[in-house]
Design a protein around this ligand. Structure first.
Ligand SMILES: *[C@@H]1O[C@H](CO)[C@@H](O)[C@H](O)[C@H]1NC(C)=O
Length: 418
């Protein structure tokens, strides 16, 4: 009797305790042995093959972004030639190697291969906002050669038309040396009240170790550098699922809780942070890019390197470590160290090199973690085989790990019933 009352009390106070009994699993949404490119016409496909613009073995997907309306965007940056388009939607049609991609917003937009800088040269990653807009970072670079200045493109996803373009000035990047890879967008006036006019975009320059901030109100951008954006040679060699390779990438994964920008270089075990208010104040950086050093801080160190990261509305930071492969969650209310690195249930065979990660509120209203896993370790070591599944889009509902920090902790630490 006593126990029953306590149980009822506990359940009434902690409804999420019921949910946490069941751990969520990863779900494979799409998988490919090799990417399959659809074309508007069979003649377009023949031409692409003849011109060397379709070499399916060269294509490695990097990012994934789900959109309401059940659409899923994928990016395939042009690390090499032979990529017919770098921004795609996954269609419902299937080939033996996996679902067929279709170019977005059109083949025309993607088919210039660096000869027309008004088109998309190499879409790297994307960010979709609450305003139903998609921000695309186009590196302008094909196979290490800077064909066009990097640019930020904004598409209205209601109409699938371009609504804004911002070309970065030459003082914001190093031609052939910079690589703009990750846009993170913070909207200051989101719907339903706001009109989506004021926003900032934070873009990682992975090769030239910097961050570029775009301000929509000023319609301008500036550059920020800091020692924490550099790779650490002690952590520049990586092992994923038994394959070892060296990749000295600098600032790579970005995430934000709306107050801080969290970031880490790929070749590093450390997570760093800087207040958005410091980055957003252009005056700070008028006389130099590597200033306000005191505002950058080490948040903590993880057990192993990781690539893309994302943060949910509960300020949980997610990343997939390389060795061992583990989907980790760090709660911002706990110290960031190996001891507080929560290991989430996730099949390591489905998550190898996770290069794209998004938190998306699905149709059920629950937040989901979406990931692009691409076995980059096999690309780097030249051991990719098109007889195996190499690319996966996976998702995981997050409700089993999302506890309101305050109520949950107060109750569990109080233990007033025992
Ligand atoms: C922006 O930075 C400048 C100089 O670093 C400072 O004087 C100014 O107060 C800051 N503005 C805001 C709004 O914080």
């Amino acid at each position: 009797m006593r126990t029953n009352i306590f149980m009822l009390l506990l359940l009434a106070l902690m409804p999420h305790a019921l949910m946490s009994l069941k751990q969520r699993d990863l779900e494979t949404v799409y998988q490919w042995r090799q990417l399959v490119f659809g074309f508007p016409t069979e003649n377009d496909r023949r031409l692409a093959l003849a011109n060397g613009n379709l070499v399916p073995g060269n294509a490695v997907p990097i990012d994934v972004a789900p959109h309401r309306k059940s659409r899923v965007f994928v990016t395939i940056p042009r690390f090499q030639t032979g990529i017919p388009y770098s921004l795609a939607l996954v269609s419902d049609q299937r080939d033996v190697n996996g679902p067929i991609l279709q170019p977005y917003p059109s083949y025309e937009w993607n088919n210039a291969h660096g000869t027309d800088c008004d088109k998309i040269t190499s879409a790297f990653r994307v960010a979709i906002t609450a305003c139903n807009q998609m921000f695309v970072i186009d590196s302008g670079n094909i196979g290490g050669y800077q064909h066009c200045p990097p640019q930020l493109l904004v598409f209205d996803l209601n109409t699938d038309t371009l609504i804004q373009r911002y070309r970065f000035d030459s003082d914001l990047y190093l031609s052939d040396g910079s690589l703009f890879i990750t846009p993170i967008v913070v909207v200051q006036d989101p719907p339903p009240k706001g009109s989506c006019q004021r926003l900032h975009v934070y873009i990682a320059d992975v090769n030239n170790h910097g961050l570029v901030i775009y301000d929509s109100k000023l319609n301008t951008a500036w550059r920020v550098e800091n020692k924490f954006m550099y790779p650490d040679p002690d952590h520049g060699t990586h092992t994923i699922a038994g394959d070892t390779f060296t990749l000295m990438d600098g600032i790579f994964g970005l995430a934000t809780d709306g107050r801080q920008l969290y970031f880490h270089p790929l070749a590093s075990l450390s997570e760093y942070a800087v207040p958005l208010s410091v980055l957003n104040n252009r005056t700070n950086f008028l006389n130099g890019v590597a200033v306000r050093e005191d505002q950058f801080r080490l948040v903590g160190r993880r057990s192993s390197q990781c690539a893309a990261q994302a943060m949910d509305s509960y300020k949980n930071l997610y990343c997939v470590t390389f060795n061992p492969i583990t989907l980790t969650r760090w709660s911002s209310t706990k110290p960031y160290d190996v001891k507080h690195e929560n290991r989430m249930s996730a099949d390591p065979h489905l998550l190898e090199f996770v290069s794209g990660m998004k938190v998306f509120r699905g149709s059920s209203g629950k937040e989901e973690l979406w990931m692009m896993s691409n076995r980059y370790q096999k690309v780097a070591t030249g051991t990719l085989s098109d007889g195996e599944i190499n690319y996966r889009v996976v998702r995981r509902v997050l409700d089993d790990v999302q506890h309101p920090p305050s109520t949950h902790q107060d109750l569990s630490s109080g233990l007033i019933f025992t």
